[in-house]
Write a protein that binds this ligand. Structure first.
Ligand code: ZN
Length: 324
């Protein structure tokens, strides 16, 4: 799996009025953006780059003019031309890159997943080759810490698995997930894209987690509501966490529960029954205290409409909140 690729962005508008292209984190930019910089007035005879990063992810967008970027992941070497403001080049960790042939009017915009950190740079080519070859960190397109155990072959690209975490062979994880330290993921587990699993979470057989879910530190899942030592149920309870929901720190989700999309479960909540979309639930046993928006802010009610400061509006239909 190559750890670099061209990205095409939507070009909104028409020739006679000009165009707009929007870059949005975790949408068309496949990471959380922490730093933006740009490079301009570079003379044509200058070459830049000549390094790789250990962890940093970047997207290069040539806003004006053109340049060539040589990318090298230790296996493939390619020279790519950037001359189109609605096109980007994603460069993930472990990709050596060099920039050449800058045009006079070049403006190169770079979006980066982290702040500047000299320790993240590999500036010597041999050191770069050693770094990527002597380690299977980059071999499958996702990042695995030296001290993580990943038995599964089904891990999406750009996912990170940090130290002292263990993922069993049958588990499936999507793209761009972050599995923090001390996480255990059993076999019959399916996890979507852009999921964050904070430290100290154990995800047992039968648990399904959709895209964009946040699982806070020390969230506890249960897959057998009547456990006895050495007595195994015929099958484990299925627990479903739908898209965009957040499970607060130290909350407990009993077996067989379905949590609707964009739910917030407050810290320390014990969820004993299903939760409908957009609900905020707290306490033990869990109870609803209101609704929140897709964006996470609390909704306020005006007559029959639930409104967010971000502009989104919702209405109730068949007992569930729906976006209008
Ligand atoms: Zn909102």
């Amino acid at each position: 799996m190559k750890n670099y690729r061209k990205l095409e962005f939507e070009k909104i508008g028409e020739q006679k009025r000009g165009f707009i292209t929007a870059l949005e984190q975790n949408k068309n930019i496949p990471f959380h953006i922490k730093r933006v910089y740009y490079n301009y007035f570079t003379p044509a005879d200058v070459s830049r780059g000549y390094h790789a990063h250990k962890r940093l992810k970047q997207v290069l967008v040539c806003i004006s003019g053109s340049l060539k970027v040589k990318v090298d992941d230790g296996n493939d070497v390619e020279e790519l031309k950037l001359n189109n403001p609605n096109e980007g080049l994603y460069i993930g960790p472990g990709v050596w890159h060099e920039m050449h042939d800058y045009s006079e009017d070049v403006v190169l915009l770079v979006l980066a997943s982290d702040y500047y950190n000299e320790e993240d740079y590999l500036r010597d080519y041999d050191e770069f080759i050693d770094y990527i070859k002597n380690d299977d960190k980059f071999s499958d397109g996702y990042f695995k810490h030296d001290k993580a155990i990943v038995d599964s072959k089904d891990i999406g690209e750009e996912t990170s698995v940090w130290g002292f975490s263990h993922i069993l062979a049958e588990a499936k994880l999507g793209k761009n997930c972050n599995v923090c330290e001390h996480v255990f993921i059993e076999n019959d587990v399916v996890i979507g894209d852009n999921v964050t699993i904070k430290n100290g979470v154990y995800i047992w057989d039968g648990i399904r987690i959709s895209d964009d879910v946040f699982v806070g530190p020390n969230v506890t899942f249960v897959n057998d509501n009547h456990p006895r030592s050495k007595q195994y149920p015929d099958k484990f309870e299925k627990t479903i966490i739908n898209k965009g929901s957040s499970l607060g720190a130290n909350s407990t989700i009993l077996g067989g529960i379905e949590i609707g999309k964009y739910v917030t479960v407050g810290a320390g909540t014990v969820v004993t029954k299903n939760v409908k979309p957009y609900e905020i639930v707290v306490g033990n046993p869990s109870h609803k205290i209101g609704y929140n928006c897709q964006c996470g802010q609390r909704l306020s009610r005006e007559n029959q409409t639930y409104k967010c400061k971000c502009g989104k509006e919702y209405k109730k239909s068949e007992g569930k909140l729906k976006r209008i």
